[in-house]
Design a protein around this ligand. Structure first.
Ligand code: UDX
Length: 466
């Protein structure tokens, strides 16, 4: 199938490369001349595991090409995928400026029977709106508008494309649904569940999925706070809750507040949809507020650990909104660092991938190329992103670099008693803070685990899922 993908961002570029890998001929379009020039030279403007190789392979095979010419790409396409940005708009609704501009541009170029599908995350009812935008410019044209939301996570987008939990196609007519189904035929033949429904349902599936996932994260952050006050351990609570197959263990890791280009924007858009349709969504409204408050709360807790120390120095390890991406959009670090600096703290920082993107936003930060250099002479180390390398930091080397001895771990990457035994005060989320223990007198952790006969293999009665 001849496919045009409009937008070469995290979603568009990944989708273009993966659709080409499925065997289609894809033209990926972006208005950013420098981005297209980079891609034409074989350079990829975003970091996404496996994407470089995918782009190289499909450019070489001729199945994937790049251009800034939207009309030309749309004119030869059987399917046009709109994957341009939908940033926060006024009142929280997704801003459709770019989607509408693309619709106007392809309207003049598309051939009859072209399937136009909106991949961008858009407000409920947008597909029908965009259908009118195109129809106004091409009276009498026989084309279809559909919705095909993506569920890719940054850092695992390629894997998520080829191993999706489901494919959702929103179409108000069986013909385009059939055509889009063919686009994904290899995945469907592998057994990936296919949901074919109306465009409105498809649009709401996307927002509901993201809002619910964000709600899980926001809720476990609140449970972590409760654990600290109740002297409980969030890890044990999550394990006991997550084993319930109706809940599952994923998206139950406490953190400094969720970020990224989707959760913050999509939760606000979901709340806006509630207001727009006179069906307010107080759960999500509260989630939006609490999540932003949490980032400020984390900064205040870090400052509290400094006990008013003048000229304090803090090392921030991790500024990306999550591990395995260079994306810093709405990252907790972008809220926390300015608050630390406003309190007179000097901030050093390290992130394996996101330094370039973060340094364009947060100024007057001393950036370093390795975590230990970043921690040199600091009073406190704050871990904000769950990069695997922070889980296995050499604590004795860290101790030799630091001036103070506090680790504030906003991602619960370490074992509290081990860290304390290495001479650190260890603060994490949803677990009691553990005071530093001089290495010489490191005691066995209180309540040392009693080795129970393993249950492995024993028939564990399972409650039937109701
Ligand atoms: C999300 C959705 O997961 C994806 O399906 C959708 O297509 C786009 O939005 P993404 O934004 O890439 O993907 O990141 P995700 O892995 O969902 O994490 C979002 C935020 O929640 C990050 O800041 C992450 O650190 C945080 N998070 C996630 C937690 O704090 N705890 C968790 O357990 C999971």
């Amino acid at each position: 199938m001849q496919v045009a993908v409009i937008g070469a961002g995290y979603v568009g570029l990944t989708t273009a490369a993966c659709v080409a890998e499925l065997g289609h001929t894809v033209t990926c379009v972006d208005v950013d001349i420098s981005k297209i020039a980079m891609l034409d030279e074989g350079n990829v403007p975003i970091r996404e595991t496996g994407l470089d190789a995918l782009i190289d392979r499909n450019r070489a095979s001729g199945r994937l090409q790049f251009t800034t010419d939207v009309a030309k790409a749309a004119a030869r396409a059987e399917a046009v995928l709109i994957a341009v940005g939908t940033p926060r708009g006024a009142g929280g609704d997704a801003d459709l400026t770019h989607v509408k501009a693309v619709a106007r541009e392809i309207a003049r170029a598309i051939r009859p029977k072209t399937v136009v599908t909106i991949k961008s995350t858009v407000a409920v009812g947008t597909a029908r709106l965009i259908r009118e935008v195109i129809a106004e410019r091409r009276r009498g044209l026989d084309f279809w508008i559909t919705s095909n939301p993506e569920f890719l996570r940054e850092g695992s987008a390629v894997r998520d494309f080829f191993e999706p939990d489901r494919i959702v196609i929103g179409a108000d007519d069986p013909e385009p649904a059939a055509r889009l189904t063919e686009l994904y035929r290899p995945l469907i033949d592998q057994g990936v569940p296919l949901v074919v429904t109306s465009t409105v349902n498809a649009e709401l599936i996307k927002y509901t999925a993201n809002a619910f996932l964000a709600l899980k994260v926001g809720f476990i952050n609140d449970v972590a706070d409760l654990c600290e006050e109740a002297e409980a351990d969030i890890n044990a609570v999550v394990k006991g809750v997550g084993l319930d197959r109706r809940i599952g263990p994923q998206f139950l890791s406490p953190g400094p507040g969720f970020g990224g280009s989707c959760f913050p924007k999509d939760t606000e858009a979901f709340a806006a949809a509630g207001r727009k349709f006179s069906c307010p969504q107080p759960l999500i409204e509260t989630l939006v507020t609490r999540n932003q408050t949490r980032k400020h709360q984390m900064a205040k807790r870090i400052l509290a650990e400094l006990h008013g120390l003048s000229h304090a120095r803090v090392a921030v390890l991790g500024v990306a909104f999550k591990a395995d991406t260079d994306d810093v959009r709405d990252s907790a670090a972008l809220t926390i660092i300015p608050i630390l600096k406003a309190a007179g703290v000097s901030v050093r920082a390290f992130d394996p991938w996101a330094r370039a993107n973060a340094s364009r936003i947060v100024k007057d930060v001393a950036w370093h190329d390795d975590p230990y250099a970043a921690c040199s002479g600091v009073d406190l180390v704050a871990i904000l992103t769950e990069w695997e390398m922070f889980r296995t930091l050499d604590l004795s080397l860290l101790a030799r670099h630091m001036r103070g001895s506090t680790i504030f771990d906003c991602r619960n990457l370490m074992d509290p008693h081990h860290v304390a035994s290495q001479g650190f005060r260890y603060v994490s989320l949803g677990r009691p803070a553990v005071p530093r223990v001089a290495p010489a007198t490191a005691a066995k952790p209180a309540g040392e685990r009693v080795h129970l006969p393993t249950l492995r293999g024993a028939a564990v009665a399972r409650r039937p899922v109701r």
